[in-house]
Design a protein around this ligand. Structure first.
Ligand code: ADP
Ligand code: MG
Length: 468
C-alpha cells in the first residue's frame, strides 16, 4: 500500500498511524483490533485529509460507523489540522471500487445504494436488545440435573481467553430446561465484564435466514466476514441447521475459522451431537470436540427451588402445600412450571382471592390434565405381574387358576381406572378377550375391594406406583 502514499512526509505519517493503531488497540481491545482495525492500511495524508484503505466494502462501512470518530481524534492528537477522513476500498482486482468519506462527524457515502437487510442486521445488531434481562446466572437455580451445565457455562463466561478444551461448549437437553437461559447468562456476563469482546448471540434459524439472504443479495463475503469477526459466537437451537446443506457447509466453515482463531463458540441443541441425524458426520464429530454438557430433566427438589426463587422475585405469597403440589404435578419442564405459577398468582390477584390448593387445582385443570403422565396397559400388566410374581405372558393367557386369574383381573381393573381405554380395547390387550370378560373382572374386583383388605391394599399400592 506504500505506493499509494502521496505525502512527502510519509515516514512520519506512518509513525503517527502506528501510534494511532496502538491507541485504537488499547481502546477497543485485542479482539476488535484483530477483527477490524488491523485491517486498515495507511494510504496518504495531506494538509487536512487522511486516507485509509480496507479490503472490503462491508469492512469499510462497519469501520466508518463504529470507529471513524476515534480514528480521527487520535490522529488529531498528532495533527490537529485534520478535517477529513476518507476510507477507501482497495481491491486487488479493480483498484479502488468505491469511496466513502467521513467529514468531522458527518459520514457521506458517495456510492449510493439502499442498505440491504444484511447490512441492517450487522449494523443494528445490539446484543443487549436480543438478550432477556431475566436470564442471568443470578436468576438460575442450580440443582443436581443442571449443575454440570451451569458450571461449564460459568467457566466459559469467566474465562478471559478461550481454553481450547471448552471450545465449543455444547449445551444440550430437552425443551424448557434452561439452555437459552444459560446462553443468555454467559452473554450477559461477558458483556458486563469483558467489554472488549464482541459477543454475537443468534438463533440457528436466524443464522440460516441471514445466510440465505446473503446468498440472494450476493453478500456472502460480508456474511462470512461478519461472523468470523466475533470473539464469542453463540448459536441457539443448532438442531435447526440440520438438513440444509449449504447452511451446514457455511456454518461448518465459520465454525472452523472461529475455532482456529481461538474464538469461543457456545452452542445449544435439543439433543447430543451424535444424535444430530441430519448433520454431516464431520460436523457432528467437530461439535463434540469441546465440552459437551447435558441439562437433565428436573427433579422434585429442583422444581421446588425454582418455584421458591420465582415466588421471591415476584414478591408473592404462595402457601407451602400449593408450592409442593405444583412441584410434584408439573414435571414436564421449567417453562410450564413457571407458566403454572404465573397463572395461579395472576388469577389470585385478579379476583382478590387467596391462593389455596383447591383453587390452584381449579385454575390449572386443563394444564394438569395434559401434563398427566399417560399410563399404558402394558405398564400396568408389567407392574401387576411383578407384584404377584407371575409371568407377563399370563396376562394374555386363559389360565383359570386363581393365583393367575386374580392378578389378571386386577390388571384389567387398573387398566379401566388408570387409562382411557374402552372395555373392548382392554380385552384385546389381554389376549383378545371379550369385553364381557373385562366387565366381569371389574365387577369381581369392585366387590373384592370392599371385602378383602389385602386386595384393597394391593390395588392402592399398585395405583400409587403406576401414577408416580
Ligand atoms: P430451553 O432453551 O432449554 O428450551 P429456556 O432457557 O428458555 O429453556 O427456559 C425456559 C424457562 O424456564 C425460562 O423462563 C427460564 O428462565 C426458566 N428456567 C429454566 N431452568 C431454570 C433454572 N434452573 N432456574 C431458573 N429458571 C429456569
Ligand atoms: Mg431455548
Amino acid at each position: 500500500m506504500n505506493n499509494l502514499a502521496q505525502c512527502t512526509n510519509v515516514g512520519s505519517d506512518i509513525d503517527i498511524w502506528q501510534k494511532v493503531q496502538t491507541k485504537l488497540r488499547n481502546e477497543f481491545g485485542e479482539g476488535t483490533y484483530k477483527s477490524w482495525l488491523s485491517k486498515l492500511n495507511f494510504g496518504s495524508h495531506d494538509a487536512n485529509k487522511l486516507t485509509l484503505y480496507v479490503p472490503t466494502k462491508f469492512m469499510r462501512e462497519w469501520i466508518v460507523t463504529h470507529y471513524s470518530d476515534s480514528i480521527k481524534n487520535y490522529w488529531k492528537n498528532h495533527n490537529p489540522n485534520l478535517q477529513e477522513l476518507e476510507i477507501n476500498i482497495a481491491s486487488t482486482q479493480n483498484g479502488f471500487i468505491s469511496k466513502v468519506a467521513s467529514k468531522e462527524s458527518k459520514v457521506e457515502i458517495y456510492e449510493s445504494r439502499s442498505p440491504s437487510d444484511l447490512d441492517n442486521f450487522y449494523q443494528n445488531y445490539n446484543l443487549t436488545s436480543v438478550l432477556d434481562p431475566r436470564f442471568t446466572f443470578d436468576n438460575f437455580v442450580v440443582g443436581a440435573p443442571n449443575e454440570f451445565a451451569y458450571a461449564a457455562a460459568r467457566s466459559v463466561a469467566e474465562k478471559t481467553k478461550t481454553a481450547s478444551k471448552m471450545n465449543p461448549l455444547f449445551l444440550y437437553g430437552g425443551v424448557g430446561l434452561g439452555k437459552t437461559h444459560l446462553m443468555h447468562a454467559i452473554a450477559w456476563h461477558i458483556h458486563n465484564n469483558q467489554k472488549n469482546r464482541k459477543v454475537v448471540y443468534i438463533s440457528a434459524e436466524k443464522f440460516m435466514y441471514q445466510f440465505v439472504r446473503a446468498l440472494k443479495n450476493k453478500e456472502i463475503i460480508s456474511f462470512k466476514e461478519y461472523f468470523r469477526s466475533v470473539d464469542v459466537l453463540m448459536i441457539d437451537d443448532v438442531q435447526f441447521i440440520c438438513g440444509k446443506d449449504s447452511t451446514q457447509e457455511e456454518f461448518f466453515h465459520t465454525f472452523n475459522a472461529l475455532i482456529d482463531n481461538n474464538c469461543q463458540i457456545v452452542i445449544s441443541c435439543d439433543r447430543s451431537p451424535s444424535d444430530l441425524n441430519d448433520m454431516e458426520e464431520r460436523i457432528k464429530s467437530r461439535l463434540g470436540w469441546g465440552l459437551v454438557a447435558d441439562v437433565h430433566s428436573t427433579t422434585y427438589e429442583l422444581r421446588l427451588g425454582i418455584l421458591l426463587s420465582k415466588i421471591e422475585q415476584m414478591k408473592a405469597t404462595v402457601p407451602k402445600e400449593v408450592i409442593e403440589f405444583l412441584a410434584s404435578r408439573i414435571t414436564s419442564n421449567v417453562r410450564e412450571l413457571e407458566g403454572a405459577l404465573n397463572k395461579v398468582i395472576a388469577l389470585s390477584k385478579l379476583v382478590g382471592r387467596e391462593i389455596n390448593l383447591e383453587n390452584t387445582q381449579e385454575i390449572l385443570r386443563d394444564l394438569l390434565r395434559s401434563s398427566e403422565r399417560v399410563i399404558t396397559i402394558e405398564e400396568i400388566q408389567k407392574k401387576v405381574a411383578e407384584h404377584y410374581n407371575i409371568k407377563m405372558a399370563d396376562m394374555a393367557s386363559s389360565k383359570k387358576s386363581r393365583s393367575i386369574a386374580r392378578p389378571r383381573q386386577i390388571a384389567m381393573y387398573l387398566s379401566k381406572n388408570l387409562t382411557s381405554k374402552s372395555l373392548m380395547e382392554i380385552g384385546r390387550k389381554f389376549g383378545g378377550k371379550d369385553h364381557t370378560t373385562v366387565m366381569h373382572a371389574l365387577k369381581t374386583i369392585e366387590t373384592l375391594k370392599t371385602s378383602d383388605n389385602e386386595i384393597a391394599e394391593d390395588i392402592r399400592i399398585l395405583s400409587k406406583i403406576l401414577q408416580s
